[in-house]
Design a binder for this molecule. Sequence first.
Ligand code: NAP
Length: 502
Amino acid sequence: MTALDFREATLPFAPIADRIFVGGTWRQGTGPAFEVTDPSTGEVLQVVHQATTTDVDEAVRRGRAAAEDPAWRSLLPHQRAKFLHRIADAIEANTSRLALLQSYNTGKTVAETTALVGSAAGTFRYFAAVLETADEDLTTPRGNYLTMSVHEPIGVIGAIAPWNSPVASDAQKIAPALAAGNAVVLKPAEWTPLVSLELARILDETGLPAGLLSVLPGKGSVVGDAIVHHPGVGKVTFTGGTNTGRAIAHAAAEKLMPVSLELGGKSPTIVLDDADIDAAVNGVMYGIFSSTGQSCIAGSRLFVDRRIYEEFLAKLVAKTQRLRLGPSRDPDTQVGPMVHRKHRDSVAAYVDLAREEGGRVLCGGAIPDDERLRDGAYYLPTIIDGLPNTSRTCQEEIFGPVLVVLPFDGEADLVAQANDSVFGLASGIWTGDYRRAWKLARRLQAGTVWINTYKQFSISTPFGGVKESGLGVEKGRSGIAAYSRQKSIYWGLDEEPNPWAD
Ligand code: NAP
């Protein structure tokens, strides 16, 4: 592929034509036409006719047949792992294409989306390695028999993804699900279907058996709902907002179907009085303003020791005001647009609410006054203080470049405030004392704690939320088991294994 100019106003190649991927077949969706836009400019990137509930039914039926076909089901682990390696190679070979598509469709900078494509390829490689090295258990018998516990595929996995990081979140669901021997029916977010469709093209070209993957763009209330309720879907893996996750959990309970939920957050970042201030300022900014704050783990609630509060805040505000906003593919851009103008408007409404609640807007708090950015979905990086932790601004997920700052007096006060949230996804601690960091990390109600760093991810480290931030974990060595059913097998060793039946 020739070098691409990241400053191009329009996507320098055509995205996949108006097609959806149903059980191995490319065809136009029979649902409504949807304009997929570029949030940097507001231009239409592609019109996609969405899937319908009939497509869902067909995708599930074909997925089931493909998953049950011995050509897939009976593959030995190293044979199935070969597919995953091939997919990883193909993703890497398509890095700039996938990165640009995601950047144009979501507004993330090309640097971020390039890293996400690398992470997607790494996810397939990691689960290939886990698959090849996984052991089944020979359990300790309590009689004259041999006992085993084996893992088997569930069948068809329904995967429902949000718009913020499609390439990475798709890979996190597809790779372990395929590794476990399942088929996947994926519904990308309505605003951002292009990357998932491109991923389907790439997987299709690797020779993955037809039916094992379907990508069905459409509305959550139609396509997502049909996937969740379909009797042929054996598990749903969902990443998105807490309210949607709760509704899916209700439906899953009715079907007695396992479900894994990666949900929202309002993650506290903590700066103790002994922290390296400059490192903490940079880390806090990266934690909230990278990806324009549209990250489930964004460090959106900042707690600073009152003794260094004013000094820290002054530095933080000054540096934040220097952040460079711009189109996602301009290499100078640090903060791109939000995913969609509708979402930008909901973030702006939250800042209005913060003002009504009595908050002080220390910087940002507006749409940028810049002719160049007029048609995009931009919002200035915003810092607010002066609100109690009980305010809605401090409690609700805004999912944008909005940081709320609170002082604390002593660790008891800090822990009480940091944990006073319905969410428990992530947390960050900045300190020069590793003992304080350890003790604090153990007291925070969060699925992940970063110490003197933030927003770092490793596929080998399990990830999940507590409280209303999620149910179940993804990634890590047990990631494949989450897409399997455990079965116990007893081999009788006695001539007459049962005592009285003759
Ligand atoms: P969302 O509104 O919950 O949507 C997520 C996905 O669910 C979309 O594909 C959506 O379709 C679909 N959906 C909506 N209603 C549905 C229903 N009734 N049945 C089945 N599917 C349905 O979330 P979002 O606004 O796209 O994403 C932002 C949220 O995701 C934030 O809360 C963020 O914290 C969370 N998130 C969490 C993680 C994590 O790992 N914990 C990672 C990333 C994002 P539409 O396209 O129609 O909306």
